[in-house]
Design a protein around this ligand. Structure first.
Ligand code: FES
Length: 102
């Protein structure tokens, strides 16, 4: 079980928990504004982009190669960017805070 907090562009805070699936699915299921998951989680839309809180980046790790290519096309990319469809929910992510990028 992992509890994950999302902060939207409007500064709404939504905390949701899950045991399986991806962080993108968790956000969509909980109506997190700005996480759309348009491509269904195949890393080709970047509508699931977040900035990981710097102190949590060790828990998420950095983007994979396909994800990096996708993020390069996004103007809002930061050194803490991740695409949440590429992040599987696991206990290691418990307590992390993610700022929605769009
Ligand atoms: S849902 Fe499309 S890139 Fe993540």
């Amino acid at each position: 079980m992992a509890k994950i907090t999302f902060i939207t562009q409007d500064n709404d805070t939504i905390t949701a928990e899950a045991t399986t699936g991806t962080v993108m699915e968790l956000a969509v299921d909980n109506g997190v504004q700005g996480i759309d998951g348009d491509c269904g989680g195949v890393c080709s839309c970047a509508t699931c982009h977040v900035h990981v809180r710097p102190e949590d980046f060790e828990k998420t790790g950095g983007p994979n190669d396909i994800e990096k290519d996708m993020l390069e096309l996004d103007d809002e990319v930061s050194e803490y960017s991740r695409l949440t469809c590429q992040l599987d929910v696991s206990e290691a992510l418990d307590g992390i805070i993610l700022k929605v990028a769009h």
